[in-house]
Ligand binder design. Sequence first.
Ligand code: CTP
Ligand code: MG
Length: 227
Amino acid sequence: MKYTVILPAAGRGKRMGAGINKLLLELDGVPVLIHTLLVFENDENCKAMILAVNPDERDEMEGLLNRYKIKKPVKFALGGAERQQSVFNGLKEAGGEGLVLVHDAARPFITKSLIGRLAEAAERDGAAILAVPVKDTVKKAIGNHVAETIERSSLWAVQTPQAFRISVLLEAHERAGQDSFLGTDDASLVERLPHPVAIVQGDYNNIKLTTREDLVFAEAILRQRDR
Ligand code: CTP
Ligand code: MG
């Protein structure tokens, strides 16, 4: 299942608090951005990558692609103020046909086999996401008091990549723009078309580097892989 991947990389990493875009932090001496890109570089089904970047970081990121000898075609798109805008700008570079994956550049532990299963589901159903069963009990609150305990067996923690027929994702983003709807992932835009979204079981190791303690997990995951 051939695909193009859009990698939103234009965040500022505020919750990480490193003072720089967290994608430029190094794990095992290699920038997070490169860890992520190398998975797609080494996946024969990936036709091209589209990186949504901050204009002031483009040269640095382009330099990294050269230094780590990324050979696949990489296009750059302009990062927006919100992730959704960054993805939409990337999507406009993706062309009209086939499958597109959207993957947070901040999730370096994605694997080829997860990508393959996800792409297969999206090819079949038009839209698919990776997700893992929620481990914690989740409660909805009003202020500091519990309003409701949500039945855990139906809850999934959603990851990326998320995969779509390009035409479906384009329609979803255009509709969200018209309605001024802002979602925290791409599938939520597709859901409201409405269009069904398939769930493919992800992996608990496919973490997003968000806060400082995620870096500790990340080092541990890398060490475990080296063994
Ligand atoms: N992203 C983006 N454009 C934005 C915001 C985020 O391309 N305007 C990207 C990030 O670079 C990251 C992914 O979307 O790869 C997931 O976002 P998140 O984890 O929230 O990263 P940041 O926005 O950088 O972090 P924070 O919210 O803590 O500032
Ligand atoms: Mg963010």
